[in-house]
Design a protein around this ligand. Sequence first.
Ligand code: PBG
Length: 339
Amino acid sequence: MSIQKKVKNRHTLHSGIFNPTLRKWQSLQSEIAPDNLMYPIFIVEDDEAVQPIASMPGVSRYGVNKLKNHLGPLVEKGLSSVLLFGVVESLPKDDTGSHADSPQNPVIRALPKLLSWFPSLTIACDVCLCPYTSHGHCGILFPDGSINNTKSIKRIAEIAAAYAKAGAHIVAPSDMMDGRIGAIKDKLAECQLRHKTAVLSYTAKFASGFYGPFRDAAKSKPAFGDRKCYQLPPGSSGIALRAAARDVAEGADMLMVKPVLSYMDVLRDVKRAYPEFPMFVYQVSGEYAMIYHAAKAGALDFKTALSEILVSLRRAGADVIISYYTPVVLDWLQTKSKL
Ligand code: PBG
């Protein structure tokens, strides 16, 4: 027998995966634990409301008082972080998003309660203008409708500082304006909050068709035009890496790719370029709805498919997955059969 033949024979893959422990050893880096999950939540003005969201079956908007009962059992099951989005209905929207950081803002009002009910919970706040502006764009506009970047990042930094002052542990700007991470870092320093508030950058946020259900949920559709001038073009990976380099240089604590299923190459590239930064991915509303409807139609088995997707995100380099499915996954993690 030639040496070559012998070597070839040694490469039996089945010998590495014939029992559950062996299989786990092949995939330890892809395991899912509660700390790998962040749960996005929509908070409305009416403290007692629970409003199911038609475009995201199984997800609701909550008034803060209803969150006590909703989040309590999840924290018991190991939920360690949430991402808060404010949704306004009766507060007026204007050109500068005045209610993004007013005392009536639902997130600002909810923070002290959530912090006192759940002292172990790490709370991140999405920072953006689109849910609060009359035009529905993520920045301040010039009269011709284009983005005034200078004014936008000043305003975004003010809003981030307001959430930080109200107790947010993490501020997460999703606006995609140029230079916002640096502006937020400077503002936090000015407010003596530099060491108390982390900045999670929506680093590579693509102009995606998968945000549709969210814009319903957050009532944040642009009144005209689209977001292609500030969110990244789906075909480009170079600009995502440049965005990551910029955010890192400006002092981001954590990086994110969003959406993720169609951008796994970007996830891997950014994680490989910056392995020393915790890497977040956002499984967005359209990805949530896609899995839900495919399972409901019987096209795929829900648990098998969702587990496979989550594990593959970890395999591709995600440390933390922001997912509306977090409650379901925490349930699964209660049983011994880990994902
Ligand atoms: C706000 C924001 C969006 C999402 C998170 N923050 C929508 C958008 O940019 O249009 C999308 C999240 C999701 O689809 O689940 N700028």
